[in-house]
Ligand binder design. Structure first.
Ligand code: TLP
Length: 342
């Protein structure tokens, strides 16, 4: 039996037996012809959940985000985003390569930008400047430690975006977590945005897939680029079925991931060895500072005990709870960390 406690990411989950059965039994068709009934059902379900006209199933969060910023821009345009966001830091420079974009990054307070910061970053429009075209936010914010974007901040930013006729994109890889944490529906968060990308392969526990939502004409355009980028898949309903199953059965249980993340954060706080503010753990991501000890040394000691976490900087470690992490494993992690690090 595998006794590893793998807290590196909520992307590491194994499909449950019930999810595997749903995948095996899915009716499928050729999705390039638009004839996969399970994909169509998933797209309709997610569009409805997020209150948008249309949706497109894509292979990954990266593909969804990159399609979105492509739709909204021309080469040479600029995207405004926070300096720690996924689109800028962890998508292999795709915005520059696939869309010829440049990014203006802004230092944020734990991933959250203010409307005035964004207003100040928008280019006045001289011909020698890049044109500001897109503002992109991330909810929940990964690198900041699963921070939920406050709705009033989103609305204030949306106002600025509208006044300047910009496009507004949300990387909602973990929007499900934000909604469970606050009780606000996903559609409420999604409403001010032109496009939103949500992931099925993070906390929801599906093996593959993300969904891009927006107005019908935008999603039709995204379908063309998805094909151009080699992302047109055929009988892909097997994967969409996992997403549908996850939406039905794994959304509510995210509250349990949040509870365990909080327990882990509080336990780490009690050790007194790390920089962590447990009250700021809102969802399923625990980010802590390692003070003077390099993160890689701590990770190596943990690995010897069968515990996996991941570095998010030389002195920062991330631990993520998910469907394959039990309360017993969190307790064991804390016991071992107390022994190793106090
Ligand atoms: N995040 C991964 C790593 O890439 C860091 C993780 O382990 O958390 N947006 C956000 C906010 C994400 O956290 C991720 C994945 C993505 C987009 C990309 O999703 P995929 O991996 O499906 O392309």
């Amino acid at each position: 039996m595998n006794t590893t406690i793998d807290l590196r990411s909520d992307t590491l989950t194994q499909p449950t037996q019930a999810m595997r059965a749903a995948m095996m039994n899915a009716p499928v068709g050729d999705d390039v012809f638009g004839e996969d009934p399970t994909v169509n059902q998933l797209q309709d379900t997610v569009a409805t959940l997020l209150g948008k006209e249309a949706a497109l199933f894509v292979s990954s969060g990266v593909m969804g985000n990159q399609l979105a910023i492509k739709l909204h821009s021309q080469p040479g345009d600029e995207v405004i985003c926070d300096a720690d966001c996924h689109i800028f830091n962890y998508e292999s420079g795709a915005g520059a390569v696939l869309s010829g974009l440049q990014f203006q990054t802004i230092s944020s307070n734990r991933g959250i930008l203010s409307a005035s910061q964004i207003e100040a970053a928008i280019r006045p429009g001289a011909y020698w400047e890049p044109q500001t075209r897109v503002v992109a936010l991330e909810n929940t914010h990964n690198k900041a430690g699963g921070v939920v974007y406050p709705l009033e901040k989103i609305h204030a930013i949306a106002n600025v975006v509208q006044n300047h006729h910009l496009a507004f994109h949300l990387d909602g890889a973990r929007l499900w977590n934000a909604s469970i944490a606050t009780g606000l529906p996903e559609a409420t968060y999604a409403a001010p945005f032109d496009t939103v990308c949500v992931c099925l392969s993070k906390g929801l526990g599906a093996p593959v897939g993300s969904v891009l939502v927006g107005r019908k004409e935008l999603i039709e355009k995204a379908r063309r680029y998805r094909k151009m980028w080699g992302g047109g898949m055929r009988q892909v309903g097997f994967l969409a079925a996992a997403g549908l199953y996850a939406l039905e059965h794994h959304r509510e249980r995210l509250a349990e991931d949040h509870r365990l993340a909080k327990k882990l954060a509080e336990g780490l706080g009690e050790l007194g060895t790390f920089d962590i503010e447990p009250e700021k753990t809102e969802t399923n991501i625990v980010m802590f500072g390692t003070r003077n000890q390099p993160a890689k040394e701590i990770l190596a000691s943990l690995l010897k005990e069968g515990i996996k976490m991941v570095a998010f900087g030389s002195f920062t470690i991330r631990a993520t709870t998910h469907i394959d992490i039990s309360e017993g494993q969190i307790d064991k992690t804390l016991t071992i960390m107390k022994r190793l690090f106090t």
